[in-house]
Design a protein around this ligand. Structure first.
Ligand code: FAD
Ligand code: NAI
Length: 473
């Protein structure tokens, strides 16, 4: 095995493995190093994939319990949690092995071990990466280009120790052995609401503590408010503008002390399990960045230019460990763009058209600017909206909560943002993302033929509503 490569990718998550595959496709020699033991990173091992498997299974369970009767189906439903977890683990196993296969297929050497940069690439000589494998065996690699794709880790809650049994991060929350009677979620962001939904559907009483006065910061406020109303109707309890100040482990469970975010009277909430979901931090521990002089910003993110170059020539960073949304497809697109740039092509990511989806029920899917952002930037815009209550397909599947909202430039009609809360919102959004990528107007969407009866017609009707000619309301 050669130890010299065109590029070494550190991290085998969506950023790293896609960069390595693209490098291989473009004829460059590459190694992809990950210390986890399986490839696919946070996303495949402990993030997107296991959480979506549980969201799907718990949604079916809940549906069978509560909604089948409305459709004229009588069923007796029983939870088999170990089998649900085993199905999730099977999916993860298949997909992580699939990534290894794809790396091999594209002639990338997949190396398991912890990588550390010991020398930066400099004129004429390659950069050096030392990999500590199983049992501490060291292997020295050299390359012209070093790509850091080491991702992110759980942001800690001060003075709270995560044990992944009673006080869990998302990693523990996707592997609980039994359904907690009372689950306390700290943070009303994506993880808190997705995993809170899983356990709520399986029978937990779920209380969500959020520091801010709203849930899902960053999402269009109108959507966010509707989202909270729907989740509250499902039984999720919200305490906004509240902070956790301490946790005590008792024989009977956890006693969690909370107080108003602005300070004030303390109260105690009892819970069996507490999920800490207050964000993620870039992960660059033990990489040797200080030794080679790679600069980090105040939040610990690797500083890069818009071609992913760090301040040290030959070293690049992509994905969660640099700035931007911490999303798998953002990391993936950066990996592809960087591989193309290294191969002398014109790699590029359009950051105005990166979608985000919360996979609760209903789903929340958004791309582009929110109304709040457009107002703050002083951009004149028009709004088109359409509720799922008026969509025929939504009625036939008995799922009419939510709406589609399209924001278009008041002068040019170019689509600036699309925000959907409703059934299949994540899939529906793809049309708006493509429209934005092509610089389409709302009229382009409104005049595109959509199949009937589909949920996609709600997107078309919202686009028609921008110019006030919605036809199905
Ligand atoms: P990562 O996937 O974090 O991969 C980095 C890899 O680098 C890790 O495997 C790590 O072992 C390895 N590594 C680190 N240091 C070293 C070293 N020194 N040597 C060798 N290897 C090293 N995003 C979505 O888009 N959709 C979702 O539905 C979604 N759901 C999520 C659910 C949960 C519960 C979580 C936690 C995250 C979710 N995300 C989701 C976010 C998504 O997982 C991340 O944005 C994505 O994984 C980032 O990819 P990455 O390649 O930058 O890093
Ligand atoms: P988040 O940033 O989405 O939400 C964190 C929430 O915690 C915010 O509402 C914040 O105001 C709140 N918070 C912060 N400190 C707090 C405190 N001390 N007390 C109470 N509340 C506090 O972070 P989350 O949910 O941990 O997810 C991390 C990242 O993982 C996401 O930002 C996203 O990038 C990614 N992710 C994406 C998913 C998807 O695409 N479907 C699913 C899960 C995670």
């Amino acid at each position: 095995m050669a130890d010299n490569f065109d590029a070494i990718v550190i991290g085998g998550g969506p950023g790293g493995y896609n960069a390595a595959i693209r490098l291989g496709q473009l004829g460059l020699t590459a190694a992809c190093v990950d210390k986890r033991g399986t490839f696919g990173g946070t996303c495949l091992n402990i993030g997107c994939i296991p959480s979506k498997a549980l969201l799907h299974a718990s949604e079916r369970f809940h549906e069978a319990h509560t909604d089948f009767a409305k459709l004229g189906i009588k069923a007796t439903v029983e939870l088999d949690l170990p089998a649900m977890m085993a199905q999730k683990d099977k999916v993860v196993g298949e997909l992580t092995k699939g990534v290894e296969f794809l790396l091999r297929k594209n002639k990338v050497e997949a190396i398991v071990g912890e990588a550390r940069i010991t020398a930066a690439p400099s004129n004429g000589s390659g950069g050096k990466v030392e990999v500590k494998g199983k049992g501490g065996a060291l292997r020295s690699l050299t390359a012209k280009h070093i790509i850091i794709a080491t991702g992110s880790d759980v942001a800690p809650l001060p003075s709270v120790t995560i044990d992944e049994q009673q006080i869990v991060s998302s990693t523990g929350a996707i592997a609980l052995k039994q359904v907690p009677k009372k689950l306390l979620v700290v943070g009303a962001g994506v993880i808190g609401l997705e995993l809170g939904s899983v356990w709520k559907r399986l029978g937990s009483e779920v209380t969500v503590i959020e520091f801010l006065d709203r849930i899902t910061p960053g999402i269009d406020l109108e959507v966010s408010k509707q989202f909270q109303r729907i989740l509250a109707k499902q039984g999720m309890i919200f305490q906004l503008s509240t902070k956790v100040t301490g946790v005590e482990k008792k024989k009977t469970g956890l006693a969690v002390t909370v107080e108003p975010a602005a300070g004030g009277e303390k109260s105690v909430i009892e819970a069996d399990v507490m999920l800490v979901a207050i964000g993620r931090r870039p992960y660059t521990d033990n990489l040797g960045l200080d030794k080679v002089g790679v600069a980090l910003d105040k939040r610990g993110r690797i500083v890069t230019d818009n071609h992913y170059k760090t301040n040290v020539p030959g070293i690049y960073a992509i994905g969660d460990c640099r700035e931007g949304l911490m999303l798998a497809h953002k990391a993936e697109d950066e990996g592809v763009a960087l591989a193309e740039l290294i191969a002398g092509k014109a790699g590029h990511v359009n950051y105005d058209a990166i979608p985000s989806v919360v996979y609760t029920f209903p789903e929340v899917a958004t791309v582009g600017k929110t109304e709040e952002e457009l107002k703050a930037a002083g951009v004149a815009y028009k709004v088109g909206k359409f509720p799922f209550t008026a969509n025929a397909r939504a009625k036939t599947i008995a799922s009419t909560d939510g709406f589609v909202k399209i924001l278009a430039d008041a002068k040019t009609d170019r689509v600036l943002g699309c925000h959907i809360i409703g059934p299949e919102a994540g899939n529906l959004l793809a049309e708006a993302v493509l429209a934005m990528e092509f610089g389409a107007s709302s009229e382009d969407i409104a005049r595109t033929c959509h199949s009937h009866p589909t949920l996609t017609e709600a997107v078309r009707q919202a686009a028609m509503s921008v110019e006030g000619w919605t036809m199905q309301m």
